[in-house]
Design a protein around this ligand. Structure first.
Ligand code: 13P
Length: 251
């Protein structure tokens, strides 16, 4: 089954407004109309409206990095999926920094995932093991727990959902997983999805790798049959690098 690769650029908590606008302009100039790969930029929430304006009719998608699960109310500082739906199409759910810096649980990830889908937004569900879990041979158990927790109560695998496998030890460290390891783990994610749901939905689901992806190593991941794109942090802050990564996935 042919899966269209998808590349996400997670800017995290970076860019002043003018820097964000410059980067959006640059990304648009470089990637407007690109075919054969889907591109999502995830700027900081305050620049989402700028991103939506500057990327409109470009074919490039705009996402947010986090969301709360309630539609509105007394939740100071939070952003609801309904609000996001006015400007963006995609949402990151369960990023490792949400889990490990802010202590988000699998149960909270589950609530966020449901809220994103209820608001007709498209989730990128991020999962991944810590260094000590990898070293202790726990990777499969951790990925299984995170996936089963995120999908608790789901009857079907949502057909627009993207899974991003991001080993925490590879994020922001320069210690990218080898292409072979990324392939093996993305295939493992797909096997777990097939067990939990069924083979056809698991085959259709796009699974990305993330963690120290750059312009040099992207082609290695693009060559892997089960790696359907990448989720990029640091290198997405540079238009030329991000363009090279996106183009590595164009068949
Ligand atoms: P880096 O590409 O900076 O390692 O970050 C990866 C990431 O966390 C993307 O969500």
């Amino acid at each position: 089954m042919a899966r269209i690769p998808v590349v996400g650029g997670n800017w995290k908590m970076n860019t002043a407004r003018s820097e964000a606008q410059d980067l959006l302009r640059d990304v648009r100039a470089r990637l407007d109309g690109i075919a054969g790969v889907e591109v999502i930029v995830f700027p900081p929430a305050p620049w989402i409206a700028d991103a939506a304006d500057m990327l409109c009719s470009s074919g490039l998608r705009v996402g947010v990095q986090n969301v709360y699960w309630e539609p509105k109310g007394a939740f100071t500082g939070e952003i609801s999926p309904v609000m996001i739906g006015a400007t963006a199409t995609d949402v990151l759910v369960g990023h490792s920094e949400r889990r490990h810096v802010f202590g988000e649980t699998d149960a909270e990830t589950n609530r966020k995932l449901r809220a994103v889908l209820d608001a007709a937004l498209r989730p990128t569900l991020a999962i991944g093991e810590l260094r000590e879990e990898a070293e202790g041979g726990q990777t499969e158990a951790v990925l299984r727990r995170q996936l089963l927790g995120a999908f608790e109560g789901f009857e079907a695998l949502p057909d627009n959902l993207i899974v991003a496998y991001e080993p925490v030890w590879a994020i922001g460290t320069g210690l990218a997983a080898t292409a072979d390891d990324a392939q093996e783990r993305c295939a493992l994610v797909r096997r777990i999805l097939a067990e939990r749901f069924n083979h056809s939905s698991a085959d259709a689901c796009r699974v990305q790798y993330g963690g120290s992806v750059n312009a040099e190593n992207a082609a290695g991941y693009a060559a892997c049959p089960d790696v359907d794109g990448v989720l990029v942090g640091g290198a997405s802050l540079n238009g030329a690098s991000f363009e090279a990564i996106c183009r590595a996935f164009v068949a």
